[in-house]
Write a new protein. Structure first.
Length: 302
């Protein structure tokens, strides 16, 4: 299963309609929790996301609406005796903030939380999920966006498999080794399959437009991106290091994104449909205006 569970969508402070940020990406057997703001632990309860589902914690920067939920999450990992290690990524320049958040209150620490701070652009991790990358953004303090890239693979073609007599365990052997012998005949993987692009996910929070925004968004099947303001407040967005819905949509269009998720809305806006209307003038793909406790799937493979 690959889906995004949207826990909170508000910027700066909670409102009656929106809690602070929080996003859980379920990617097969891995679970990435991004930017847990205040109240994330309770939102996870409402959304049916267990602490044990988290395998990585990814923080873009240390403004409160992106990290004040960390203490509750960290302590819940131990309370629930989560058996696997959880790896935490965050800007290395904010180490003092992460230290304070991790040990904000007394608790019996049983869970294994492995800190892997981000110092510069580059590859953070490789695993069953593919590759996890980070790239520096432009905000009022150091901020990083995250990108998940699944390696390209191959899609097996049932008709071709049948034509070459490749069945049962021979299919797995062919996928592993690239070649198999069937009744004295050599069958190559390329003869019974076709290229299958790996899927991509990108997570971009507080930033002005910059080259790394485009690099992170490149060919994303699912792009989660802040759109704090509408274009009428473009000057305000630039001054405080944020994007408008129009800018976010233009990034999606230029980067070949398939599904665009707009979030991190200023509390001044009470009509979410305005974000969809503005984004639709720039982006021709699927647009989701995020709402608390909603879910959206990663688009099916091409």
């Amino acid at each position: 299963m690959r889906e995004l569970v949207i826990l909170g969508t508000g910027s700066q402070v909670p409102s009656r309609e929106r809690t602070q940020n929080g996003y859980f990406l379920r990617w097969d057997e891995d679970g990435f929790l991004f930017d847990p703001g205040e109240g994330t632990q309770r939102q996870m309860l409402y959304a049916g996301v267990a602490a044990g589902a988290i395998t990585r914690l990814c923080i873009t920067h240390f403004h409160g609406d992106h990290c004040l939920g960390v203490p509750g999450i960290v302590q819940r990992l131990s309370l629930d005796d989560v058996p696997h290690a959880v790896r935490a990524h965050y800007p290395a320049s904010g180490q003092k903030y992460f230290d304070r958040l991790r040990y904000a209150a007394s608790f019996y620490e049983r869970a294994e939380l492995l800190e892997e701070p981000v110092e510069e652009d580059g590859l953070l991790a490789v695993g069953p999920f593919g590759q996890l990358w980070a790239r520096r953004l432009e905000h009022s303090l150091e901020s990083f966006g995250y990108q998940l890239i699944e390696p390209d693979g191959r899609r097996m073609l049932p008709d071709q498999l049948a034509a070459y007599g490749v069945v049962g365990p021979d299919i797995s052997r062919l996928q592993r080794s690239g070649v198999v012998e069937i009744d004295g005949r050599t069958v190559h993987l390329e003869q019974v399959s076709e290229p299958r692009p790996g899927q991509r996910f990108a997570f971009i929070m507080d930033t002005r437009l910059c080259e790394n925004v485009l690099a992170l968004a490149e060919r994303a099947d699912l792009l989660v991106i802040e759109s704090t303001y509408l274009s009428a407040e473009a000057d305000l967005a630039r001054r405080f290091g944020h994007l408008t819905a129009r800018q976010a949509a233009r990034v999606a269009q230029e980067s070949g994104v398939r599904k665009l998720v707009l979030t991190h809305f200023s509390q001044r806006y009470l009509e979410p449909e305005r974000f969809h209307e503005e984004a639709a003038t720039e982006f021709s793909g699927e647009i989701v205006v995020a709402s608390d406790l909603s879910r959206t799937s990663v688009p099916t493979r091409r």
